[in-house]
Ligand binder design. Sequence first.
Ligand code: BG6
Length: 490
Amino acid sequence: MSQLIPVEPFDCVVFGATGDLALRKLMPALYHRWRDGQIPENSRIVGASRSELDAASYRALVREKFIEFFPKEEIDETAWKGFIERVSYCPLDVDKADSNWPRLAGELDAAPGKKRVFYFALPPSLYGDVAANIVKAGLKTPETAVVLEKPIGSDLASARAINDAVGRSFEERQVFRIDHYLGKETVQNLLILRFANSIFEPVWNASAIDHVQITVNETVGAGSRAAYYDKSGALRDMVQNHLLQLLCLVAMEPPLDLVADTVRDEKIKVLRALRRFTAKCADEDTVRGQYRAGSVNLEPVAGYEEELGGPSRAETFVAIKAHVDNWRWAGVPFYLRTGKRMSERKSEIVIQFKDVAHSIVGKEAGKLAPTRLVIRLQPDEGVKLLLMTKEPGPGGLRLRYVPLNLSYAATFTERYPDAYERLLMAVVRGDLGLFMRRDEVEAAWSWVDGILEAWENDGGRVLPYPAGTDGPNRAAVLLGRDGREWFDGV
Ligand code: BG6
């Protein structure tokens, strides 16, 4: 059974309360934590946004959206009643200091020492003003935390400007920058797999590992988010944060413990060791694509430009050959790829070990495949170690490539909490370890900026790919020319 670590009572204000993130992720996450008994009675949740709603209509909206995104059976009526009673609403123009702030203050508990969380489910351009308005309205207490959703900026300069602006109102210990991948079970398990088992660390380096692949593929398209997505593209939307965080967890040195700054200190060393791109190597080592009409899971789907309603050079797919220039990883490429409207939804890390030094079996036994450790983040969460094995039976030696398979579904029968559930409770507990420190965000942007600059000057070579495929062929060539291929299962 999973263990519930109770949190202290808290007040949580969600800015952008009628938006997609609040209704699809945050309110359901808070409901689940309430239903599981983690949220104490004396806690309050306040939705705040421009819409002129009253508490009753906001509560109805929260329920309507919950039912849209979750099976109805997830609602336990008694638990729902208790949860929704704690939800109130305040119409507010967050970026205006003379808006309804006094009313918001009235919704909050003035008891000293009570944790206050302000969740910014807002466009990042507002973060600085909103942080200042919280202070002006007298709502900042020593126990206040502000939670910033990605993207923190669209390049290094804008990220710094946002961090500076928020930093004028809140200390770094009060700022929780979310990368929801860090809240996923399987992502957390990466550290345990690497550092709580003795067999991996001795071979986790350039002498035993040939290369690493990190794939985060989605079948969804940009859809209704196309207007935001078009300014961002896959590099900013996925690589700068989620894929680089995964890379850090794979590549970092063993931290002393799991205390926030110990882990973050190790991650930042990896980000700083990432080799910068020049125009020439960006041309050779990055691939951009954009989906055209096609079919996903046998359903016909529109192309990206049709969804957007106009021409665009935004990449909906990117593949990158990256290098971590340090002692451990010298000469080991990290191939990253992510895309929308791919053939299947799959987030996976593949650690491919070097070939055996010498084959002791004849060709007739079959080709030797390299040992691979496949860490499946979603769906079908689990870890596989792919090994060559002798097929049982007489009649000569035949080899087969088979997995040692740790399937989460078969091993753990409980529901795994969504990443936002864990992250919200971590904010309330003040546990910064699962959040990005300012210097991490900026180091990630600094590396991404190198690619953006190189792309800026190459005229925007974005290759088309039909929806429902694995991206442009050049993504296969990126590995093919190194004598390697993307691992897509046996
Ligand atoms: C978000 C991106 O951060 O992550 C989205 O902005 C993407 O474009 C999403 O779809 C993927 O998250 P998950 O948890 O569904 O893998």
